[in-house]
Design a binder for this molecule. Structure first.
Ligand SMILES: Nc1ncnc2c1ncn2[C@@H]1O[C@H](COP(=O)(O)OP(=O)(O)OP(=O)(O)O)[C@@H](O)[C@H]1O
Ligand SMILES: [Mg+2]
Length: 257
Protein backbone atom coordinates (compact mmCIF):
# COMPACT_ATOMS: atom_id res chain seq x y z
CA UNK A 1 0.00 0.00 0.00
CA UNK A 2 1.39 3.43 -0.83
CA UNK A 3 1.77 6.10 1.80
CA UNK A 4 -0.90 8.19 0.08
CA UNK A 5 -3.45 5.37 0.40
CA UNK A 6 -2.39 4.85 4.01
CA UNK A 7 -2.95 8.53 4.71
CA UNK A 8 -6.56 8.33 3.57
CA UNK A 9 -7.38 5.17 5.46
CA UNK A 10 -5.26 5.51 8.58
CA UNK A 11 -6.66 6.96 11.76
CA UNK A 12 -3.28 8.52 12.54
CA UNK A 13 -0.69 9.07 9.84
CA UNK A 14 2.75 10.65 10.08
CA UNK A 15 4.77 11.07 6.91
CA UNK A 16 8.45 12.14 6.94
CA UNK A 17 7.86 14.04 10.16
CA UNK A 18 10.78 15.85 11.73
CA UNK A 19 10.88 18.27 14.61
CA UNK A 20 13.78 20.36 15.78
CA UNK A 21 14.09 22.84 18.57
CA UNK A 22 16.28 25.94 18.73
CA UNK A 23 18.71 25.99 21.64
CA UNK A 24 21.05 28.95 21.20
CA UNK A 25 19.94 32.57 21.46
CA UNK A 26 19.73 32.83 17.67
CA UNK A 27 18.43 29.33 17.19
CA UNK A 28 21.78 28.70 15.53
CA UNK A 29 22.16 25.37 17.19
CA UNK A 30 19.20 23.09 16.58
CA UNK A 31 18.27 19.98 18.42
CA UNK A 32 16.61 17.36 16.26
CA UNK A 33 14.05 15.58 18.42
CA UNK A 34 12.20 13.69 15.66
CA UNK A 35 13.88 12.56 12.47
CA UNK A 36 11.82 11.66 9.39
CA UNK A 37 9.20 9.59 11.18
CA UNK A 38 6.73 7.57 9.08
CA UNK A 39 3.94 5.73 10.84
CA UNK A 40 0.37 4.74 10.05
CA UNK A 41 -2.03 3.63 12.74
CA UNK A 42 -5.28 1.97 11.72
CA UNK A 43 -8.64 2.33 13.46
CA UNK A 44 -8.91 0.02 16.48
CA UNK A 45 -5.18 -0.51 16.88
CA UNK A 46 -3.56 -0.26 20.28
CA UNK A 47 -0.01 0.86 19.60
CA UNK A 48 2.72 1.11 22.21
CA UNK A 49 5.40 3.66 21.31
CA UNK A 50 8.50 2.56 23.13
CA UNK A 51 11.81 4.33 23.45
CA UNK A 52 14.47 5.47 25.86
CA UNK A 53 14.14 8.70 27.77
CA UNK A 54 14.71 11.75 25.59
CA UNK A 55 14.25 9.91 22.29
CA UNK A 56 11.36 12.16 21.23
CA UNK A 57 8.25 10.25 22.35
CA UNK A 58 6.48 13.20 23.96
CA UNK A 59 7.43 15.45 21.06
CA UNK A 60 5.84 12.93 18.68
CA UNK A 61 2.85 12.67 21.00
CA UNK A 62 2.43 16.45 21.13
CA UNK A 63 2.42 16.63 17.32
CA UNK A 64 -0.31 13.96 17.16
CA UNK A 65 -2.35 15.87 19.79
CA UNK A 66 -1.99 19.08 17.80
CA UNK A 67 -0.05 20.85 20.56
CA UNK A 68 3.08 21.18 18.39
CA UNK A 69 3.55 21.67 14.65
CA UNK A 70 6.12 19.52 12.84
CA UNK A 71 9.16 21.35 11.43
CA UNK A 72 8.85 19.15 8.35
CA UNK A 73 6.46 16.52 7.03
CA UNK A 74 2.77 15.94 7.59
CA UNK A 75 0.70 14.74 10.51
CA UNK A 76 -2.89 13.65 9.90
CA UNK A 77 -5.47 12.50 12.42
CA UNK A 78 -8.68 11.28 10.78
CA UNK A 79 -7.46 13.11 7.70
CA UNK A 80 -7.11 16.48 9.52
CA UNK A 81 -4.01 18.43 10.41
CA UNK A 82 -4.26 18.35 14.22
CA UNK A 83 -2.23 21.55 14.70
CA UNK A 84 -3.92 23.70 12.06
CA UNK A 85 -7.40 22.22 12.49
CA UNK A 86 -7.29 21.73 16.25
CA UNK A 87 -10.98 22.57 16.65
CA UNK A 88 -12.12 20.08 14.01
CA UNK A 89 -10.74 17.31 16.18
CA UNK A 90 -12.44 18.50 19.36
CA UNK A 91 -14.16 15.52 21.00
CA UNK A 92 -12.38 13.08 18.70
CA UNK A 93 -9.12 12.86 20.63
CA UNK A 94 -8.84 12.24 24.36
CA UNK A 95 -5.54 12.51 26.18
CA UNK A 96 -4.22 10.88 29.33
CA UNK A 97 -1.05 12.66 30.39
CA UNK A 98 1.92 11.31 32.32
CA UNK A 99 0.87 13.26 35.37
CA UNK A 100 -2.88 13.39 35.86
CA UNK A 101 -3.29 17.14 35.13
CA UNK A 102 -6.51 17.40 37.11
CA UNK A 103 -7.75 20.84 38.07
CA UNK A 104 -7.17 21.13 41.82
CA UNK A 105 -10.17 23.40 42.35
CA UNK A 106 -12.59 20.91 40.81
CA UNK A 107 -13.83 17.74 42.49
CA UNK A 108 -13.28 14.33 40.89
CA UNK A 109 -16.65 14.49 39.15
CA UNK A 110 -16.08 18.14 38.24
CA UNK A 111 -12.86 17.17 36.48
CA UNK A 112 -14.58 14.42 34.49
CA UNK A 113 -17.45 16.77 33.60
CA UNK A 114 -15.03 19.38 32.29
CA UNK A 115 -14.37 17.60 28.98
CA UNK A 116 -18.11 17.17 28.46
CA UNK A 117 -18.79 20.85 29.21
CA UNK A 118 -16.24 21.72 26.55
CA UNK A 119 -18.27 19.64 24.11
CA UNK A 120 -21.37 21.65 25.11
CA UNK A 121 -23.12 18.67 26.63
CA UNK A 122 -26.07 19.67 28.87
CA UNK A 123 -25.11 19.47 32.55
CA UNK A 124 -27.50 16.74 33.75
CA UNK A 125 -26.44 14.42 30.97
CA UNK A 126 -22.76 15.21 31.57
CA UNK A 127 -23.17 14.46 35.27
CA UNK A 128 -24.73 11.07 34.54
CA UNK A 129 -21.95 10.08 32.17
CA UNK A 130 -19.22 11.33 34.52
CA UNK A 131 -20.80 9.45 37.41
CA UNK A 132 -20.99 6.21 35.49
CA UNK A 133 -17.32 6.40 34.39
CA UNK A 134 -16.15 7.16 37.90
CA UNK A 135 -18.11 4.13 39.13
CA UNK A 136 -16.62 1.92 36.41
CA UNK A 137 -13.20 2.97 37.55
CA UNK A 138 -13.96 2.11 41.17
CA UNK A 139 -14.34 5.67 42.44
CA UNK A 140 -17.88 5.51 43.75
CA UNK A 141 -18.04 7.54 46.96
CA UNK A 142 -15.13 9.77 45.86
CA UNK A 143 -17.03 11.89 43.35
CA UNK A 144 -16.91 14.97 45.53
CA UNK A 145 -13.32 14.60 46.69
CA UNK A 146 -10.79 17.15 45.50
CA UNK A 147 -7.63 15.84 43.78
CA UNK A 148 -5.41 16.59 46.80
CA UNK A 149 -7.49 14.14 48.86
CA UNK A 150 -7.05 11.31 46.34
CA UNK A 151 -4.08 8.95 46.02
CA UNK A 152 -1.94 9.01 42.86
CA UNK A 153 -3.67 5.88 41.53
CA UNK A 154 -7.10 7.36 42.19
CA UNK A 155 -6.17 10.60 40.45
CA UNK A 156 -4.95 8.62 37.47
CA UNK A 157 -8.30 6.78 37.42
CA UNK A 158 -10.09 10.13 37.37
CA UNK A 159 -8.03 11.19 34.38
CA UNK A 160 -8.83 7.91 32.62
CA UNK A 161 -12.54 8.43 33.42
CA UNK A 162 -12.22 11.96 31.98
CA UNK A 163 -10.69 10.57 28.78
CA UNK A 164 -13.30 7.84 28.31
CA UNK A 165 -16.29 10.03 29.24
CA UNK A 166 -15.89 12.17 26.12
CA UNK A 167 -16.29 9.03 23.97
CA UNK A 168 -13.47 10.20 21.73
CA UNK A 169 -12.51 7.51 19.24
CA UNK A 170 -8.77 8.17 19.64
CA UNK A 171 -6.97 7.91 22.94
CA UNK A 172 -3.47 9.26 23.35
CA UNK A 173 -1.61 8.34 26.52
CA UNK A 174 1.83 9.52 27.59
CA UNK A 175 3.15 7.13 30.23
CA UNK A 176 0.01 7.33 32.35
CA UNK A 177 0.99 4.60 34.79
CA UNK A 178 4.69 5.23 35.24
CA UNK A 179 4.29 7.07 38.55
CA UNK A 180 2.32 4.25 40.18
CA UNK A 181 3.53 1.33 42.25
CA UNK A 182 3.90 -1.96 40.39
CA UNK A 183 0.69 -3.61 41.56
CA UNK A 184 -1.54 -0.58 41.09
CA UNK A 185 0.09 0.10 37.72
CA UNK A 186 -0.45 -3.50 36.65
CA UNK A 187 -4.13 -3.45 37.62
CA UNK A 188 -4.78 -0.10 35.95
CA UNK A 189 -3.00 -1.23 32.78
CA UNK A 190 -5.26 -4.26 32.53
CA UNK A 191 -8.41 -2.23 33.19
CA UNK A 192 -7.31 0.36 30.70
CA UNK A 193 -6.56 -2.18 27.95
CA UNK A 194 -9.95 -3.84 28.50
CA UNK A 195 -11.75 -0.49 28.34
CA UNK A 196 -9.96 0.44 25.10
CA UNK A 197 -10.91 -2.86 23.46
CA UNK A 198 -14.50 -2.95 24.76
CA UNK A 199 -15.07 0.59 23.55
CA UNK A 200 -13.28 -0.04 20.24
CA UNK A 201 -10.91 2.90 20.53
CA UNK A 202 -7.72 3.55 18.64
CA UNK A 203 -5.03 4.06 21.25
CA UNK A 204 -1.46 5.27 21.15
CA UNK A 205 0.33 4.55 24.30
CA UNK A 206 3.77 5.92 25.14
CA UNK A 207 6.02 4.02 27.45
CA UNK A 208 9.64 3.29 28.24
CA UNK A 209 8.73 -0.05 29.80
CA UNK A 210 9.14 -3.15 27.61
CA UNK A 211 6.75 -5.10 29.86
CA UNK A 212 4.07 -2.43 29.59
CA UNK A 213 4.44 -2.28 25.79
CA UNK A 214 4.16 -6.06 25.45
CA UNK A 215 1.27 -6.30 27.89
CA UNK A 216 -0.90 -3.62 26.35
CA UNK A 217 0.09 -3.24 22.71
CA UNK A 218 -1.38 -5.04 19.71
CA UNK A 219 1.63 -3.50 18.04
CA UNK A 220 4.87 -2.20 19.47
CA UNK A 221 6.84 0.53 17.72
CA UNK A 222 10.36 0.99 19.06
CA UNK A 223 12.02 4.35 18.48
CA UNK A 224 15.66 5.33 18.64
CA UNK A 225 16.95 8.84 19.24
CA UNK A 226 16.17 11.22 17.56
CA UNK A 227 12.74 9.69 17.14
CA UNK A 228 12.86 7.27 14.25
CA UNK A 229 11.34 3.82 13.98
CA UNK A 230 13.84 1.04 14.56
CA UNK A 231 11.42 -1.86 14.97
CA UNK A 232 7.69 -2.17 14.36
CA UNK A 233 6.03 -5.43 15.34
CA UNK A 234 2.47 -6.74 15.61
CA UNK A 235 1.79 -9.04 18.52
CA UNK A 236 -0.43 -11.97 17.60
CA UNK A 237 -2.80 -13.55 20.11
CA UNK A 238 -1.63 -17.00 19.07
CA UNK A 239 2.11 -16.26 19.41
CA UNK A 240 4.19 -18.97 21.08
CA UNK A 241 6.31 -18.17 24.09
CA UNK A 242 9.41 -18.58 21.86
CA UNK A 243 8.05 -16.00 19.42
CA UNK A 244 7.31 -13.61 22.27
CA UNK A 245 10.76 -14.15 23.74
CA UNK A 246 12.31 -13.39 20.34
CA UNK A 247 10.32 -10.16 20.09
CA UNK A 248 11.39 -9.15 23.58
CA UNK A 249 15.04 -9.91 22.77
CA UNK A 250 14.85 -7.85 19.57
CA UNK A 251 13.31 -4.91 21.44
CA UNK A 252 16.05 -5.11 24.06
CA UNK A 253 18.71 -5.14 21.32
CA UNK A 254 17.21 -2.09 19.61
CA UNK A 255 16.99 -0.19 22.88
CA UNK A 256 20.54 -1.14 23.88
CA UNK A 257 22.05 0.02 20.57
N1 LIG B 1 10.21 22.64 23.82
C1 LIG B 1 11.44 22.13 23.70
N2 LIG B 1 12.49 22.95 23.50
C2 LIG B 1 13.75 22.44 23.35
N3 LIG B 1 14.05 21.13 23.40
C3 LIG B 1 13.03 20.27 23.61
C4 LIG B 1 11.67 20.72 23.78
N4 LIG B 1 10.88 19.64 23.97
C5 LIG B 1 11.70 18.57 23.93
N5 LIG B 1 12.98 18.95 23.71
C6 LIG B 1 14.14 18.05 23.56
O1 LIG B 1 13.79 17.06 22.60
C7 LIG B 1 14.29 15.79 22.99
C8 LIG B 1 13.13 14.80 23.05
O2 LIG B 1 12.29 15.16 24.15
P1 LIG B 1 10.95 14.38 24.48
O3 LIG B 1 10.31 15.07 25.63
O4 LIG B 1 10.15 14.23 23.25
O5 LIG B 1 11.53 12.95 24.92
P2 LIG B 1 10.78 11.69 25.53
O6 LIG B 1 11.13 10.53 24.65
O7 LIG B 1 9.36 11.97 25.75
O8 LIG B 1 11.54 11.50 26.93
P3 LIG B 1 10.96 10.94 28.34
O9 LIG B 1 10.90 9.44 28.20
O10 LIG B 1 12.03 11.35 29.31
O11 LIG B 1 9.64 11.57 28.62
C9 LIG B 1 15.02 15.98 24.31
O12 LIG B 1 16.38 16.10 24.07
C10 LIG B 1 14.44 17.29 24.85
O13 LIG B 1 15.38 17.98 25.62
MG1 LIG C 1 8.12 12.13 27.51
Amino acid sequence: MTLAADAREAEIHLEHVSKWFGRGENDAEMLRAVDGLDISIARGEMVALLGKTGCGKSTTFNMICGLLAPSEGTVRVQGCDPFKNFNDLRGKIAVVFQNDRLLPWRTAIGNVELGLEMLDMPRPEGRKIAQSWLSRLGLEGHENDYPHALSGGMRQRVSIARAFATDASILLCDEPFSALDEITGQRLREEFANLVRENRKTAVFITHSINEALQIGDRVVVMTRPAKIAYDVRLGDGATSEQNAAIRARIQDVLAA
